[in-house]
Design a protein around this ligand. Structure first.
Ligand SMILES: [Zn+2]
Ligand SMILES: [Zn+2]
Length: 176
């Protein structure tokens, strides 16, 4: 969904959006999360002199992979959206450059705001980097790959034994 800035009335434009996850996924490109449906957002666009404010809330269901056991995890993102776009004329923007950088303003290119791109950007920011299926997930055995949440394997895995093992291997190789 795109909004022409000329269509934003003085009192602001209120948007209630429901988007298909697939549509947003297409914009997201290569990311390690799957956007499920529906993604909904409640946004208000306000136009002031030289600036456009996009504010509101978004909620989106995602499918992620547990960083420890690699199992698929569903995760709901609740995001606050608060973006300021600076409009041309350019000299005006330049004048303000320093202060605008501080508040994280984006310069608007063209006359349209791509709402879907706004949603995807916010999703990428708010997606956890190391998602876990549950806080106490035990993960996979680094030796045999067993899911340690389901069963305990008989591997003895500590960094200490791993190092010892590696040293022994090296010794054996050297003897040959
Ligand atoms: Zn897990
Ligand atoms: Zn194991």
């Amino acid at each position: 969904m795109k909004v022409d800035i000329c269509d934003i009335p003085a009192e602001g434009l209120h948007l209630e959006i429901t988007e298909d996850g697939n549509e947003l996924q297409a914009i997201a490109g290569e990311v390690d999360f799957l956007i499920l449906s529906p993604v909904s957002a409640d946004l208000t666009l306000l136009k002031s002199e030289g600036e456009i404010f996009v504010r509101g809330d978004m909620t989106a269901p995602l499918k992620l992979q547990c960083a420890r056991c690699l199992k698929e995890v569903e995760h709901r993102i609740n995001s606050r959206i608060d973006i300021v776009y600076t409009l041309t004329p350019e000299h005006k923007a330049k004048e303000k450059e320093l202060t605008l950088e501080d508040v994280g303003a984006d310069y608007l290119e063209g006359d349209e705001i791509d709402i879907n791109a706004v949603l995807v950007e916010q999703l990428s920011l708010d997606t956890p980097m190391q998602p876990v299926c549950r806080p106490d997930c035990k993960g996979l055995c680094p030796k045999c790959g067993a899911d340690l949440n389901q069963r305990e394997c008989s591997c003895i895995v500590t960094e200490h034994t791993d190092q010892k093992f590696a040293m022994l291997k090296e010794l054996k190789l050297n003897k040959k």
